[in-house]
Design a protein around this ligand. Sequence first.
Ligand SMILES: *[C@@H]1O[C@H](CO)[C@@H](O)[C@H](O)[C@H]1NC(C)=O
Ligand SMILES: *[C@@H]1O[C@H](CO)[C@@H](O)[C@H](O)[C@H]1NC(C)=O
Ligand SMILES: *[C@@H]1O[C@H](CO)[C@@H](O)[C@H](O)[C@H]1NC(C)=O
Length: 348
Amino acid sequence: MALRSAPLLLLVLVAVALRESCCGTSPHSLKYFITAISEPTQGLPHFVSMGFVDDQLFSSYDSNSQREKPRVPWMEKVGKENPQYWDTQTQILHGQEEPFRESLENLRSRYNQSEGLHVIQWMYGCELRGDGSKGGFHQFGYDGRTFITFDKETLTWVASDPQAQITQRKWDAFPRFNQGKKFYLEKICIKWLEKFLSYGNETLLRTEPPVVTVTKRTEAEDGMETHVCRMDGFYPREIDASWRRDGEVWEEETFHGSVAPNSNGTYHYWLSIRIDPKERGRYRCHVEHDSLQESLDVALKEPKSNLGLIIGCVVTALVLVGLIAGILVFFKRRQNDYNAPLRSNQAI
Ligand SMILES: *[C@@H]1O[C@H](CO)[C@@H](O)[C@H](O)[C@H]1NC(C)=O
Ligand SMILES: *[C@@H]1O[C@H](CO)[C@@H](O)[C@H](O)[C@H]1NC(C)=O
Ligand SMILES: *[C@@H]1O[C@H](CO)[C@@H](O)[C@H](O)[C@H]1NC(C)=O
């Protein structure tokens, strides 16, 4: 079982690694997420729409407020340049509430479901990649599963089950409707994405470099060592990080987390590797990121002290420890002196 699933796991890991290391300059996306629920409970509105540029929520609408509102300061500029923007968006979204209520009813009866909580999710958006290529998607989910997906290349809908095929036949009967969807994804959506990126450039196009640290954990049983390379506080999200042995990409006995957000809008990520301590000097944690002029190669930590030596020279060691402590205290003080101006520099 373990043996059979190992190649699969490796494939998954390789696929993830390929995906996360694809682009030199970061892709950008504009996405809308619309959720309609059948039973508004605990104050949850029955219809909510949220707009995101990259990972930033920039506008939202819900059936309680009945108003599309900016969620970031840079969206105020859109209203200034285009005074109709918020009213138009509000009207469009308000107009979608009723069709979604109807859709919830249709699906409930189509799946023979009783009354209760059911959810339709609608997601669509476009992507502008670092290499200049573009992407777009448009799909619906029902109760947490994909229901129907638009294929903009064939201009048809792809149904996930017989119930969705009913919708597919209905929508594919209107080719102009599908052409309109494609035009929106490839032209209009991209145009708005570019506009939003220029309005929000101060936050959306900023770069913050990762702070890279490598720490060691020894495993007692077989004498192997695990080293963890952490990258923290970087923006944008895309990061290309790998282990290198003698300068070559090395994947054996390596693991990695997924890129995860910090509360301040930056991201963190980690890689780990299990190695024979004798070969410690051959490995580097290799990091590439938009914020870095050159890639980083961080060496593994050598052990701070040799146990055998210390047993032999307890007194020397004690003196050393005293000395190191003194030096540390000294440097700590110096560091504190230097930290103050450095921090205020970063804020500029
Ligand atoms: C719903 O009920 C009808 C009639 O009883 C039946 O033909 C159909 O297969 C059912 N559909 C599902 C999804 O269970
Ligand atoms: C954002 O755009 C403005 C106007 O085009 C420009 O002056 C500013 O330098 C840009 N800021 C960044 C961080 O790119
Ligand atoms: C953001 O948070 C991370 C982790 O908490 C921290 O390492 C980083 O320095 C912070 N960055 C800024 C710009 O505050």
